[in-house]
Design a protein around this ligand. Structure first.
Ligand code: ADP
Length: 492
């Protein structure tokens, strides 16, 4: 074990199976890296199929009692978890910043507080797990029950690991399910800390958390015969694999996948508030490692140059540096693989004749920023929506600005993507703004703001960006319960 753990961060104790902290059956483990230093910080167990079996077994044992707990009592447990997370929010934030490279001040603190909020929100919803009565006639009583599905297999990514984990755990458990969750290999520490807090209030086996790799632990979980529901957040590519596994056993699946979200700026929005909004929507302070990043910027031709000048001024004033440093606005990319991938996209942009580099470029090869996976916000201007950088999800701070003159054409380009997760529209003209919002094929369109999700809104993708919704009451009911109809003959 390395001694490189900064103060007030969480030290993992193993994986959580049946209320106990354990190593993997095989004894294998792997190290978690600090992306700001390219150095290992801790070791966690490397789960395989045998560990998945043990976790599913534990979950199965816990199910019959947990599903019978009165929903409001389950809700109270979630509320206690929320308060316990709130009490340790700074430690959780520092742990997230350490392992993900997301800056503490601009990102990790917000994620940690949002995690407490998610437990609080779903805790308060427990009594909404209601069914209906159906008017089939005077001599019949027909009603529905919202019953849990059983053992939920959840797989999450590393970009907002704790928040995305909470979005599975809180609604699934509230609805009476039990869970086996596999954390992402790059960011398991914050998720284990959240599990540690949950475990203080939950019966053993209700929540089990595994650490391990996708093709090993992830595959075993997705294909486990006793897992009754799969809930996945990650890439579209792996989402398809998970959906295939679900198809084999006809189990329901929820997918929250990638995006290549458009931002549509009308000529009247050539103003500082819109520029701030674009920086936010592009998630530059998260190194744009967000599925909702507004990474295609459609600017009206009348404001194309002036808007980009303002965007350059604003973006280049952001400070890139150590994620744990309060002064840093922007941290690091998660790992070498993603860093190399982002650099390759920047290189492709630099080599393309039709594209013009507006600002940014390849990261420095020497100096303090070269010690970690730091990249620099980069913007290319191009006329086309058809090249690689405008079509593929980069998951890094590379924005493509595209000129438009005709609204219909702009919306056509915005919709010309196999993704449909988020979108942003910027204008003072509410008629135009809402017309565009309705015409854009995305699960979530924001007008004149570029914020993140809030509990209560149903969030999810159109097209290959996903299936199902999260973050809301409807999301919990649709994703984590099944409806049973009971019909009673009253004449007997
Ligand atoms: P990202 O590109 O964000 O890393 P991935 O889709 O590769 O997204 O990973 C998201 C999650 O899916 C991680 O927990 C990863 O371990 C898991 N995963 C990767 N490959 C598979 C697979 N073949 N089966 C199941 N889970 C997988």
């Amino acid at each position: 074990m390395s001694t490189a753990m900064p103060a007030n961060t969480y030290q993992p104790k193993g994986m959580l199976i049946d209320g106990k902290w354990v190593g993997s059956v095989s004894g294998a483990h792997f190290s978690v890296e600090n992306p700001a230093k390219r150095k290992p910080i801790t070791d966690v167990p490397r789960a395989g199929a045998a560990d998945v079996d043990a976790a599913v077994e534990a979950a199965g044992k816990a199910l019959s009692a947990w599903k019978k707990v009165v929903p409001r009592e389950r809700g109270k447990v979630l509320l206690k978890i929320a308060e316990a997370i709130q009490a340790r929010v700074e430690e959780l934030a520092r742990t997230i910043a350490l392992e993900t490279g997301n800056a503490l001040r601009t990102q990790a603190r917000g994620e940690a507080s949002m995690t407490a909020d998610i437990f609080r929100y779903f805790g308060g919803l427990a009594s909404e797990l209601k069914g209906e009565t159906v008017p089939l006639g005077e001599s019949v009583l027909s009603y529905t029950r919202r019953e849990p599905l059983g053992i939920v297999g959840a797989i999450i990514p590393w970009n907002a690991p704790v928040m995305l984990g909470a979005l599975k755990i809180a609604p699934a458990l509230c609805a009476g399910n039990v869970m086996v969750l596999k954390a992402a290999e790059d960011a398991p520490m914050g998720v284990l800390m959240m599990a540690d807090i949950c475990q203080q209030f939950l019966p053993p086996g209700v929540l089990n958390v595994l650490t391990g790799f996708g093709p090993e632990a992830g595959t075993a979980l997705a294909n486990h015969p006793r897992v009754a529901k799969l809930s996945f957040t990650g890439s579209t590519e792996v989402g398809k694999i998970v959906m295939r596994a679900a198809a084999e056993r006809i189990v329901p699946v929820s997918l929250e996948l990638g995006g290549k979200s458009p931002s549509l700026v009308y000529p009247d929005a050539d103003e500082d508030w819109a520029v701030d909004g674009i920086v936010n929507a592009m998630r530059f302070t998260r190194q744009s490692q967000s599925c909702t990043a507004g990474s295609r910027l459609f600017l009206h031709e009348d404001i194309f140059d002036s808007f980009l000048k303002k965007l350059e001024k604003k973006t280049t004033s952001l400070k890139i540096g150590d994620p744990l440093d309060e002064a840093s606005d922007i941290g690091t990319i998660i790992n070498n693989k993603q860093y190399t991938k982002v650099c390759k996209y920047v290189q492709d942009g630099l080599e393309r004749a039709d594209a013009k580099l507006v600002f940014g470029g390849l990261p420095p090869k020497s100096g303090p920023l070269s010690e970690g996976y730091y990249t620099i916000p980069t913007v290319f201007a191009d006329r086309s929506n058809d090249w690689r950088l405008a079509r593929e999800e980069i998951f890094g701070p590379v924005l493509v600005a595209i000129r438009w003159s005709n609204e219909e054409e702009a919306i056509r380009m915005a919709n010309d993507s196999h993704y449909g997760l988020a979108a942003y529209v910027w204008t003072h003209d509410i008629g135009k703004g809402l017309r565009a919002a309705h015409a854009i094929e995305s699960g979530w369109v924001q007008v004149n703001q570029g914020g993140g999700q809030t509990p209560g809104m149903s969030y999810g993708g159109y097209k290959q960006s996903g299936l199902g919704r999260e973050f809301s009451l409807e999301g919990m009911l649709d994703s984590f319960t099944q409806r049973k109809s009971v019909t009673v003959n009253l004449t007997v």
